[in-house]
Design a binder for this molecule. Structure first.
Ligand code: URP
Ligand code: ZN
Ligand code: ZN
Ligand code: ZN
Length: 463
């Protein structure tokens, strides 16, 4: 048998095995994994790790905002950035705005927007308006149409749900059979803290971190889990920032609450002190929940090793520093409460976690693959099509040079954002080639995949 492409002599790494071998690809799928395979085209992977492409379960791409703006990173730029960083599937967010259009209509419009993606994409549906139609018709219908899950915010002026509405969404999700992911921070308490800061004229970016302390993330997480337990509906706690929150998750899991957890690279490599920089510079690091302390990062790794946190996503949510949609859209002396929350991270997710996790002995190579690819694929019903290297899986593969040392700089990342919070940071381990659907989508940082090469992917039946 001669395959279309053979990736030869690499070290194949999956979530549960590491071995020398070849990968045979026919069309868009992996056809064989073995020794001495023959291909019409050969890719030499000597000295490289051959891993399933990253599955990023949490990215804000071309998302409509309540103020009428649209996120700067389009499907074209975000998917280029994903490829540059070794990621081959994104799970992004369809917004739910009070614009008179039905939930299904907003979901379908977003599916269409994604047609410009260079890589495959799945979709979370945000729920913000809990009206009769959304609950009775909207949620069941988007589940039928292949949504990967629902997303609910417990904070943010424009998006937060109170407990009563949250319960209705949990019940609708249970009846329709989909997971609910939750942004857990206490809205009323944060609003109070922000008002107090502003009254004391504490307006610089450092007060973003100080107005959102861990206890408010912990309280909201606890409450979300109590409500999920009441309804017996599975939830995922998004972007967990510190061990005192995971402690609650661990306890709830031991009580039988159906809860799983995600964290992000920023909670391992940034701290609250990054927001405490001269002038407005700290705005570059502002996201919610805010990064905490070095001790918190160390504590998070121990919960990752134990599997209490089993997915690491980027929460890519880029706002340029300058420009009309940027962090400084209201000026460089605007109070922190007016600065949009979120940081770019699609391309840097794998390199940062490889360097912080594998190189420093916090996790094994197989755990790395599980955290950034296999587990998120499972969570959203995309496994075994995504997240593994095995016959029948999509040929979404990253070739990784574990010895390559790179100084991160924004021009390597191919996103639309004018900065990276990781500028100047050195990492060892970098993707040198990314294949998506059996085609080379990135080689030596050049993006070769075209707009539209990706497809919408829905959870597999029976997963
Ligand atoms: O600050 C963040 N994380 N922005 C993105 C939106 C969200 O909360 O996930
Ligand atoms: Zn969030
Ligand atoms: Zn997010
Ligand atoms: Zn595809």
């Amino acid at each position: 048998m001669t395959y279309d492409i053979v990736i030869r002599n690499g070290t194949i790494v999956t979530a549960d095995a590491t071995f020398r071998g070849d990968v045979g690809i026919n069309g868009a799928q992996i056809a064989a994994v073995g020794q001495h395979l023959e291909g019409r085209e050969t890719i030499d992977a000597q000295g490289l790790l051959v891993m399933p492409g990253g599955v990023d379960g949490h990215c804000h791409i071309e998302q409509d905002e309540a103020d009428g703006s649209v996120h700067e990173d389009s499907f074209s730029t975000a998917s280029a950035s994903a490829l540059a960083g070794g990621t081959t599937t994104v799970v992004c967010f369809s917004a739910h705005l009070p614009n008179g259009r039905s939930l299904v209509d907003q979901f379908e419009t977003y599916v269409e927007k994604g047609r410009r993606s260079r890589i495959d994409y799945a979709i979370h549906q945000i729920i913000t308006n809990v009206d009769e139609q959304t609950i009775a018709e909207g949620i069941p219908e988007v589940v039928r149409r292949g949504v990967a899950g629902l997303k609910v915010f417990m904070t943010y002026d424009d998006f937060h749900l109170g407990d009563g509405d949250f319960l209705k969404v949990l019940e609708a999700a249970r009846n329709a059979g989909t997971i609910v992911s939750v942004h857990c921070e206490n809205y009323e308490a944060i609003s109070f803290m922000i008002r107090e800061c502003l009254a004391r004229n504490e307006t610089s970016p450092r007060y973003h971190a100080l107005s959102r302390p861990p206890c408010l993330e912990r309280e909201a997480t606890y409450r979300a889990m109590v409500l999920a337990g009441l309804i017996e509906q599975k939830i995922q706690i998004f972007h967990v920032s510190c061990p005192e929150v995971v402690e609650e998750i661990d306890r709830a899991r031991k009580r039988g609450v159906p809860v799983v957890a995600e964290t992000c690279p920023q909670y391992f490599v940034l701290t609250g002190a990054d927001m405490d920089r001269p002038g407005f510079e700290g705005a570059r690091y502002m996201c919610s929940p805010p990064p905490r302390t070095k001790a918190d990062s160390a504590g998070l790794w121990s919960y990752v090793r134990r599997g209490v946190i089993d997915v690491i996503s980027s929460d890519h949510c880029g706002y340029s520093y300058d420009g009309p949609l940027g962090k400084s859209r209201f000026g460089r002396d605007a109070p922190f409460s007016l600065v949009p929350n979120g940081i770019p991270g699609l391309a840097t997710r794998l390199p940062l976690i490889f360097d912080e996790g594998v190189n420093r002995g916090n996790i094994t190579l197989n755990q790395f693959v599980a955290l950034v690819s296999t587990n998120p694929a499972r969570r959203y019903g995309l496994h075994p099509r995504k997240g593994t290297i095995a016959p029948g899986a999509d040929a979404d593969i990253v070739l990784w040079d574990p010895e390559k040392t790179v100084t991160i700089t924004n021009s390597l990342l191919h996103h639309a954002i004018d900065y990276t919070p990781y500028e100047g940071r050195q990492v060892k381990g970098w993707p040198v080639m990314t294949l998506s659907g059996g085609r080379i989508g990135m080689r030596d940082n050049a993006i070769l995949a075209a707009e539209g090469d990706g497809s919408f992917v829905a959870p597999l039946k029976g997963n």
